[in-house]
Design a binder for this molecule. Structure first.
Ligand SMILES: [Zn+2]
Length: 203
């Protein structure tokens, strides 16, 4: 099993700052709870790295609020565990962010997803071995040779959004990121419920 979670591949320009908009972080904390309870986000204790991350689109164009790096082990998050991505460049692999913690190392993937459609208001990235195994190549799936957090992955999401039901169903599997699944939605409730519903189906 290859776990590349927790390693920041992109150039991250983090400015330590106050917690992002409480309305957004309250919502994120609320929806993270059932995802954490279902172990769709959490922490690989044996590897010492967190997995899964969630975000919502920010009030300003090109911004979003995302869970911080290495917050996976925290059962109940608060504003202290989120970061505002203030700008990004998907092709250049670069993210600028501000908050009490540095943005998740998968921020670039979230950025690429927000770029797909202005109607995407939230992104939920979960990890589940049983779900991943079940859904691989049965729902829209990114190419096996493409790793998360790369400009190539961004292009894979563009392809899936254009050519598959990813644009209507909001669910994609990452073949090149073991156990990695992405759910997008108009809002966080919709994106999170897409992940939670799939989880309930296999329980
Ligand atoms: Zn991941």
């Amino acid at each position: 099993m290859t776990i590349d979670e927790g390693y920041i591949k992109y150039a991250s320009d983090w400015t330590r700052g106050p917690a992002p908009d409480p309305a957004a972080t309250d919502l994120l904390s609320r929806w993270r709870r059932p995802l954490y309870a279902a172990a769709l986000v959490g922490h690989y204790d044996d590897l010492g790295v967190g997995y899964g991350n969630i975000s919502v689109r920010g009030a300003q164009d090109g911004q979003f609020i995302i869970s911080g790096t290495q917050t996976g082990q925290i059962a109940d998050t608060s504003g202290a565990h989120y970061c505002l991505v203030t700008s990004y460049d998907v092709e250049a692999n670069r993210v600028a962010c501000t908050g009490p913690v540095e943005a998740s190392s998968e921020s670039l993937t979230h950025a690429a997803l927000y770029e797909l459609d202005p109607n995407i208001g939230a992104v939920v990235h979960v990890h589940s071995h049983p779900l991943w195994t079940k859904l691989l190549h049965r729902v829209p799936t990114t190419a096996e040779n493409v790793a998360y957090g790369t400009p190539e992955m961004a292009r894979e999401f563009v392809r899936l959004f254009r050519d598959t039901e990813f644009c209507t169903q909001g669910i994609a599997v990452m073949a090149g990121h073991e156990d990695g699944i992405v759910c997008v939605g108009a809002n966080l409730e919709q994106a999170a419920n897409r992940a939670l519903r799939m989880q309930h189906e296999i329980e």
